[in-house]
Write a new protein. Structure first.
Length: 68
């Protein structure tokens, strides 16, 4: 099945960042095309059915954030 998504692409330093607008998935590359190709691969992996060999475990983690 083919699904079409929208990508936003911008440059940060030497890297191009491609972010999917419909799904929270992003990737990067040294060229705009490479970032889009990497985003395509990341989306394909994102939508692959899980095939866990162990039951997933839910854990809580703590993250220290600077107050803004």
């Amino acid at each position: 099945m083919i699904q079409e998504f929208t990508a936003s692409v911008w440059q940060e330093g030497d890297w191009f960042v491609a972010q999917c607008r419909e799904v929270d998935v992003a990737s990067q590359g040294l060229t705009e095309q490479e970032s889009l190709d990497n985003l395509r691969e990341a989306l394909e992996l994102h939508f692959e059915p899980p095939c866990a060999t162990l039951l997933p475990q839910i854990r809580r983690i703590e993250v220290e954030l600077d107050a803004a």
